[in-house]
Design a protein around this ligand. Structure first.
Ligand code: ADP
Length: 414
C-alpha cells in the first residue's frame, strides 16, 4: 500500500510516500519512495523533492494554497520528472495519513477520517487555533483531489499522551476552567516519543510493560516525556507546545505574571507577547543570534561569545532539570533516549545534559557518544545503571503504519 504522509503548516507542507503493509511492518521492511517539503506556499513556493535516497532536487513553483500544492505534487510524482515508477497515476496513492496537531480529549488514538472525525478535529480548533485549521484544509484538499474512496487517517500529536494521569495534566487553576474550557496539559510530539519508545524496546528486546524511559525530543521544538510501562505518564509541553523546555524560539516555562509585565513595559498586546514567547525567545532570544544549534555551537567554539554560551547552558540545564523531575515522578527509569535534530546529531549537547546525572547512575561513554550521530545506539558506559540511547525519530513512518492499521482495522499498539 502506498501511503502519502502529509504534515501541513501555515505556509509549508512536508510529504513522504511510504510503501507499507502489515507484513512489511512486521518485518520492518517499509520503503520510503519519496520525501520532501514545499515552503512559502502562497507565493513562489520552494519545492524540495527526493526520490528514495537519490540526490535532492530543489525548484520553485507558483502555488497559491494547500490545494494547489497537493495537486502540483501529485502531478509531479506521476510525471517523468520525478522518476518514480511506483506512482504512475493518482490511483497509485492508496491512502493518505495526516499529522494532526491537536486531538484534545476526543482522540486517544489515530482515526480513519470520517465526517464525524473531521468535526472532532474542528472542535479542537479552540485548543490549537494556529495548527488545526491548516490540518483541516489539507484533509479537505486531499479529499477533493483523491475522492472519498481513498481512505485518509489522522494521527494526532497529542494522542500518545492520553495516558497521563489527572494529577499530571491538571493545572492548579480554578477547576471550573478545566470543566468549561478544557484547560489542561495535553502534550505534543506524541508520535515521536511513541516511535522512539517502540524502537528502544525493539532494540533491547523488551516488552511494552518493561519500557521505563525518559525520552527527549530536541529539535526546533523540544519536549521530554516520562514513559512508564510503555505509556506516557507525563510530558513537558502543556496546553500548547509553549510550555516546558527552552527551545529554538520558544521560551518554555516562565512565570505567567511575566506576560502582563512584558505587555505593560513593552507596550504590547497579550497576543503579541505570546508571539514573542513563541517566536523570539529560547535559543534565539538569549543568544540574540539564531535558533540554529549548529550555528551556536560553531560560534561558541570560535568566539566564546557570552550570550551564545548562556543560551546553550540554559537549554541544557532545563533539559537536565526535566530529566531529574521525571525520574522522581516515575520512581526512576532504565534509560534516557535522545531524539530530534539536536538530540540525534549533537554529542556535545547530549554530554552537557548528561554531565551532572552521575548521581542517577548515568555515565556517558565519550567515544560512543561521538560516534552516535544520526544513528541508533547506546551511548552510556557498560557500568551505568541508568542507560542513555540515541534513536533517530521517524514520525512519518509511524503515521504511514498507523494509516495502514486503521484502514485494516488492526490495533495499533506501538
Ligand atoms: P524540527 O523540530 O523543526 O523538526 P529538527 O528536529 O530538524 O527540527 O531540529 C532542528 C535543530 O537541530 C536545529 O537547531 C539544528 O541546528 C539542530 N541540528 C541539526 N544537526 C545538528 C548537528 N549536527 N549539531 C547540532 N545541532 C544540529
Amino acid at each position: 500500500m502506498n501511503v502519502l504522509v502529509l504534515n501541513s503548516g501555515s505556509s509549508s507542507l512536508k510529504f513522504q510516500v511510504i510503501a507499507t503493509d502489515l507484513d512489511r511492518i512486521k518485518q520492518h521492511r517499509d520503503a520510503r519512495l519519496c520525501r520532501g517539503e514545499v515552503e512559502r506556499i502562497g507565493g513562489e513556493a520552494i519545492v524540495t523533492f527526493q526520490k528514495g535516497n537519490e540526490v535532492r532536487q530543489k525548484f520553485t513553483a507558483p502555488l497559491r494554497d494547500i490545494s494547489a500544492t497537493l495537486d502540483y505534487l501529485v502531478r509531479y510524482m506521476v510525471s517523468d520528472r520525478s522518476g518514480m515508477t511506483e506512482i504512475q497515476s493518482p490511483a497509485d496513492v492508496h491512502a493518505v495519513g495526516h499529522r494532526v496537531v491537536h486531538g484534545g480529549e476526543l482522540f486517544t488514538e489515530s482515526a480513519t477520517i470520517t465526517d464525524k472525525v473531521l468535526q472532532g478535529i474542528e472542535d479542537c480548533i479552540d485548543l490549537a487555533p494556529l495548527h488545526n485549521p491548516n490540518n483541516i484544509k489539507c484533509i479537505l484538499a486531499a479529499r477533493e483531489l483523491f475522492g472519498k474512496a481513498i481512505p485518509q487517517v489522522a494521527v494526532f500529536d497529542t494522542a500518545f499522551h492520553h495516558s497521563i494521569p489527572e494529577q499530571a495534566y491538571l493545572y492548579a487553576l480554578p477547576y471550573h476552567l478545566y470543566r468549561r474550557h478544557r484547560i489542561r496539559r495535553y502534550g505534543f510530539h506524541g508520535t515521536s516519543h511513541r516511535y522512539v519508545a517502540y524502537r528502544y524496546r525493539t532494540l533491547r528486546e523488551l516488552t511494552r510493560e518493561q519500557t521505563h524511559i525518559v525520552t527527549l525530543h530536541l529539535g526546533n521544538g523540544c519536549s521530554a516525556a516520562a514513559i512508564r510501562a510503555g505509556y506516557s505518564v507525563d510530558t513537558s509541553m502543556g496546553m500548547t507546545p509553549l510550555e516546558g523546555l527552552a527551545m529554538g524560539t520558544r521560551s518554555g516555562d516562565i512565570d505567567p505574571a511575566i506576560v502582563n509585565l512584558i505587555a505593560t513595559k513593552e507596550g504590547l498586546s497579550t497576543p503579541e507577547v505570546e508571539t514573542l514567547l513563541n517566536t523570539q525567545s529560547g535559543l534565539l532570544g538569549i543568544s540574540g543570534l539564531t535558533n540554529d544549534m549548529r550555528v551556536l555551537q560553531a560560534e561558541l567554539k570560535e568566539h566564546d561569545d557570552r550570550r551564545v554560551r548562556l543560551a546553550i547552558e540554559v537549554f541544557c540545564y532545563r533539559a537536565r532539570k526535566y530529566i531529574g523531575a521525571f525520574l522522581a515522578c516515575m520512581g526512576g527509569a532504565d534509560a534516557i533516549v535522545f531524539t530530534g535534530g539536536i538530540g540525534e546529531n549533537s554529542p556535545e549537547i547530549r554530554a552537557r545534559i548528561c554531565d551532572a546525572l552521575q548521581w542517577a547512575g548515568l555515565t556517558v561513554d565519550n567515544e560512543k557518544n561521538q560516534q552516535m550521530v544520526g544513528m541508533e545506539g547506546k551511548i552510556s558506559t557498560e557500568g551505568s545503571s541508568l542507560l542513555a540511547y540515541v534513536i533517530p525519530t521517524d514520525e512519518e513512518l509511524l503515521i504511514a503504519r498507523d494509516t495502514v492499521r486503521c484502514i485494516l482495522g488492526e490495533p495499533h499498539p506501538s
